[in-house]
Ligand binder design. Structure first.
Ligand code: NAD
Ligand code: UDP
Length: 339
């Protein structure tokens, strides 16, 4: 079976994808510098998979470190999750974001080219579509200049990989544009463990639910949506992980550029999420309204039909599954991997 290098494989989406890769019979190798992950995730992955997964500590920006797994293994493809992802932080530290995400991806792609590894799957984001002209978003919706350095790094890496594919036609470049990943593995052993106060809605909800935070502030209540709060396409992280496996099966050794939205196709408002979460915990989750958050897109959800038709993949987890599993993870690990 194919050996797949997973950069950022100790992180939130990466760890869930490693588990699904093992389940599907692939041999993943994790590469991570733990800048936003904890080593404690590795034994948990082992516990779920029933075997350990090889691991390299390294930084994608450092060529000698990035080369090691290629020198020591025959790597068939790379799933590239490693990167910094906090939108607000990227506004304050743009150079760090370009260095880590864009420069890091350049080093990785150089090493892949030099070692003759031509299968590249990249973690892109619905953020490349900016404020949509219309929803649902298809893969040929226009790419808009991003409203944060983080979002711009996703656009830049997409373009860089596409240009490389033109220059080296053996490359199979797959760009997966994720909508809003939430939830956790049903075992409650792995999940999202953000540093500090969470920026994203779901980890904020789970931390209020376990009493680590007091009250959710809903950012804005006068958006032009049915209940006045923003709408997103939340997708269970395990569905996202199986989307990677489906993309790998379909795109491995198929030269070209392949682009897929990974979403459910259903949009939920912030209020929908609070209600669903309150149901999961059996009482109303403390929440209040606050001002709008700068830069928020009003309404964004996917048309996932291309992934369904070409990859045979659909998201199967419901909103109830997402809230239940997110809560289960947080309850079992109130302080994340530090417990
Ligand atoms: P995460 O922070 O949990 O995972 C990223 C991993 O990459 C971490 O384990 C981190 O330690 C590692 N890493 C960062 N810089 C590195 C470097 N220079 N060298 C080696 N390892 C490095 O984030 P995630 O939520 O799992 O996201 C994974 C990818 O998906 C990211 O590229 C992110 O931008 C993208 N994405 C995430 C979301 C989301 O909402 N979570 C949405 C769309 C796209
Ligand atoms: N949100 C909120 N309070 C929070 C965090 C998020 O009301 O503490 C809202 C946010 O304004 C957006 C939605 O929840 O409308 C999803 O936000 P998130 O940051 O999770 O995803 P993104 O906006 O990056 O798609």
């Amino acid at each position: 079976m194919s050996t797949i290098l997973v950069t950022g494989g100790a992180g939130y989406i990466g760890s869930h994808t490693v588990v699904e890769l093992v389940k599907a019979g692939y041999d993943p190798i994790i590469f991570d510098n733990f800048s936003n992950a904890k080593p404690a995730v590795l034994p948990r992955i082992k516990q779920i998979c029933g075997r350990s997964v090889p691991f390299y500590a390294g930084d994608i920006r450092v060529r000698e470190q990035m080369e090691r797994p290629f020198k020591e293994n025959k790597i068939d493809g790379v799933i590239h999750f490693a990167g910094l992802k906090a939108v607000g932080e990227s506004v304050k530290k743009p150079l760090e974001y370009y260095d880590n995400n864009v420069h890091g991806s350049t080093v990785l792609l150089e090493v892949m080219r030099d070692y003759g590894c031509h299968n590249f799957i990249f973690s892109s984001s619905s953020t490349v579509y900016g404020e949509p002209d219309k929803v649902p978003l298809t893969e040929d919706s226009p790419i808009k200049r991003a409203n944060s350095p983080y979002g711009q790094t996703k656009i830049d890496i997409e373009y860089m990989a596409e240009e490389l594919q033109k220059a080296v036609p053996e490359f199979s470049v797959t760009l997966l544009r994720y909508f809003n990943p939430v939830g956790a593995h049903e075992s409650g052993l792995i999940g999202e463990d953000p540093r500090g106060i969470p920026n994203n809605l779901m980890p904020y909800l789970t931390q209020v639910a376990v009493g680590r935070l007091e009250c959710l502030t809903i950012f804005g209540k006068d958006y032009p949506t049915p209940d006045g709060t923003c709408i997103r396409d939340y997708i269970h992280v395990v569905d996202l992980a199986t989307g990677h496996v489906a993309a790998l099966k379909h795109c491995l050794d198929k030269p070209g550029v392949h682009i897929y939205n990974l979403g459910t196709g259903t949009g939920y408002s912030v209020i929908d999420m609070v209600k669903a979460f309150s149901k999961a915990i059996g009482h109303e989750l403390p929440h209040k309204f606050g001002p709008r958050r700068e830069g928020d897109v009003v309404c964004c959800y996917a048309d996932p039909s291309k992934a369904k038709n070409e990859l045979g993949w659909v998201a199967t987890h419901t909103l109830e599954d997402m809230t239940r599993d997110a809560y289960n993870w947080q309850k079992n690990n109130p302080n994340g991997y530090d417990d």
